[in-house]
Every structure is written in C-alpha cells, then in structure tokens.
Ligand binder design. Structure first.
Ligand code: SAM
Length: 255
C-alpha cells in the first residue's frame, strides 16, 4: 500500500506540506483521502486489506495484553475490516462487539465476521465518527484512527466516544507514542536509514505520511494528554505493546 502511486503522489509535494501544513493529497486529487477511497471501491478494498495486514501483530498481542473480562461489549471505532475485533471476541467468548466505520470501510467486514463465526456476537454499524458514535458499549477502542486527523478533529472523535460513556468509562487508544525529543541512535544516520532514528524510528516516517496524505500526525504522550483533556477525558496510563511495536496502549477515562 505504501508504494501504491495514489499514496506516493502526495510525497512528491512533501516540501509544500512541510512549508504550509496543507494536505498535499487534497491538492493533487481535488478531494480528501477517505472521499477518494469512497469513489474507488477497488482501491478502498486494497486499503482495507492493507490495514488488516498491518494490524496482525496487534491482533496477536492485544487480546492478552488487556483485561477484557471486565467488559461486556466493545465498539471498535474506525475498526475497518474487523480483524482486530474478531481476534478480541474470539479470545473472549463472553464479549460482544460492534465494528463502527464508514460504509466503504465496512465493505469487506462481513467476510471477516463470517470467517470467524462471529455473526451472533459481532454487529456492524455504518456512520461518521464526526457526527456520533454508537452508544451501548462499556468499552471503546480506537486503533490507528486518531493519527489520521488534526488535533481538532481528533478531539471531536474522542468527544463523541466520551459522550456515549458514563463517567469512569474507558476508551482504549492503540497508537505509537513518539518520544518528546527526537534522539538518533548514536553512530547511526537516520537520513539514510529511518530505522536508525533511535526512539520513534519509523513512526517519524508515518508522521510525514499522515501530514502529506491526510493532514494527521503521530503524537507524543504529552500530545495525547492534551487531546484527552480537551475531550473531557483523563489519560491515566500508557503501556507499550512490546509484541506489537511500536504500538502503545493508552487508557483514556471519561471525567
Ligand atoms: C487507518 S484506518 C485504521 C483501521 C483499523 N482500526 C486498523 O487499525 O487496522 C482508519 C479507519 O477509519 C475509518 N474512517 C475514516 N473516516 C471515518 C469516519 N468519518 N467515520 C467512521 N470511520 C471512519 C476508515 O474507513 C478506516 O477504516
């Protein structure tokens, strides 16, 4: 997916995006990334499959890295093909769940649900998280969603999750955490090898990819604390998912 011409075209205008903060994708294609996917179902299917592939390590690690047994129903907001939620529900037979995404994001999800035999425990809801998030779950999951968006947009998404939770309710955010300061590994050259970029490594490349293609960004713990605070949430803990690097598990509690 990352060498797909639709993705790399915006990188040709990296300098413009860095100078202006504007989203190069929108200028090149005359629309935003997800609207473009909505107009191109084959590309959208390719994107959904790429996300599903990229989530493989988290799928193996997350069901055992968090105590899901305390919850009865979980909504995966922007859950795409449903690969992650299917793994969580398979590992925790007492749990039911909902994949919430756009209509094009959910196009391939019924196959995932059927493949895992989860038709009775997993529902699909199509909608727009800038409008609202389905109520009724006692746990909300946001994996690789906030980094697609600006701070203001991320606060809106978090706020809508907050709106459907009682005080004390939990949102589980799964994203990489950038270090507060970039520190290249000693004796290495991150200009020629991004994986040499010390702490944060390839997440800095993802940060630029979000800038040029979506207008989003990767974030530090401090950044997440500010987003959560603005959305009526308190960030209470960050633990790295060691078997699914570079992802961390961020707990955001409704105030
Ligand atoms: C980067 S993908 C992450 C997918 C999945 N959570 C994962 O980690 O593999 C972002 C997801 O957000 C969904 N999305 C984008 N805009 C949305 C909107 N306005 N409302 C609901 N979902 C949206 C996309 O369809 C996509 O499935």
């Amino acid at each position: 997916m990352f060498t797909e011409p639709v993705i790399t075209r915006a990188w040709d205008h990296l300098d413009d995006s860095v100078r202006t903060g504007d989203v190069a994708f929108d200028a090149a294609f005359g629309t935003d990334f997800f609207s473009h996917l909505a107009q191109h179902p084959a590309l959208s299917a390719q994107f959904n499959a790429a996300m599903s592939g990229a989530v493989a390590e988290t799928t193996a690690a997350l069901p055992h890295a968090f105590d899901f047994s305390r919850y009865t129903t979980v909504t995966d907001v922007g859950g795409g093909e449903g690969t992650l939620l299917a793994a969580i529900l398979t590992a925790h037979p007492g749990l039911t769940g909902t994949v919430f995404d756009t209509a094009q994001g959910l196009a391939e999800t019924p196959e995932t649900v059927a493949r895992h035999g989860l038709e009775r425990r997993c529902s699909l809801v199509a909608g727009d998280f800038f409008h609202s998030v389905p109520e009724g779950s006692d746990l909300y999951l946001l994996k690789s969603v906030l980094h697609d968006w600006t701070d203001d947009q991320a606060v809106t998404i978090l706020g809508h999750c907050r709106d459907v939770l009682p005080p004390g309710g939990l949102i589980l955010i799964v994203e990489p955490i950038l270090p507060e300061t970039a520190t290249p590994a000693p004796g290495t050259d991150p200009r020629t090898n991004p994986s040499d970029a010390g702490d944060g490594g390839v997440t800095y490349l993802s940060d630029l990819n979000m800038l040029v293609n979506l207008g989003g960004r990767e974030r530090t713990r401090g950044d997440f604390e500010k987003l959560c605070h603005r959305a009526g949430l308190t960030l209470t803990s960050v633990t790295s998912l060691t078997d699914a690097a570079p992802f961390s598990l961020i707990h955001a509690i409704a105030r």
